[in-house]
Write a protein that binds this ligand. Structure first.
Ligand SMILES: [Zn+2]
Length: 167
């Protein structure tokens, strides 16, 4: 097998570039915050053929935003000068909540979406309200504004809010 041309600086630059891409469904989070980008491999640096491979994993199977995300990644890498861009959607290992950065969870909460909580893999009443912090909440619908979210309402401050589902 041919050894990969690895330039750590160039790979870091690519991570920084992908950190500017935001999830279309949750604009406050970058695709790195979400843990969608699993790996970036530089097969040939920009100095040579400019060949890069990005592996992404959907937060859940069949997430409709993934095509958009793949297109956004391709566009940014093209702008940077890569000629061959491979985007691989890896199904396994499946995305888990652990892949979301702590910073990502904080940003989600500040945005008004309850971050995923492993205790509530299946959304139920009692998920903490991101507005007032009360656990006196009730589940309105398993599906919220998008399929990856559930809709709840707080009994304390009366605000409805989305809960990002766990996997
Ligand atoms: Zn509340």
């Amino acid at each position: 097998m041919k050894a990969l041309v690895t330039d750590p600086n160039e790979i870091q630059e690519c991570y920084a570039l992908l950190a500017t891409i935001h999830d279309p469904e949750i604009p406050v989070l970058s695709i790195l915050d979400l843990g969608i980008v699993r790996n970036i491999e530089l097969l040939h640096s920009l100095q040579t053929e400019g060949h890069i491979r990005v592996t992404i994993t959907a937060t859940y199977t069949g997430c409709p935003a993934m095509d958009t995300i793949a297109a956004l990644i391709r566009m940014e890498l093209l702008k940077k000068g890569y000629k061959t861009i491979e985007i691989i959607s890896a199904i396994a290992p499946a995305w888990t909540t652990d892949w979301m950065s702590q910073e990502g969870k904080e940003k989600l909460k500040a945005y008004g979406i309850a971050p995923p909580d492993k205790r509530f893999a299946i959304p139920v009443d009692g998920i903490e309200c991101p507005q007032c912090g009360s656990s006196n909440t009730r589940l309105l619908s398993e599906f919220g504004s998008t399929a990856c979210k559930s809709l709840l309402q707080c009994n304390n401050c009366a605000e409805p809010f989305d809960y990002f589902k766990c996997h």
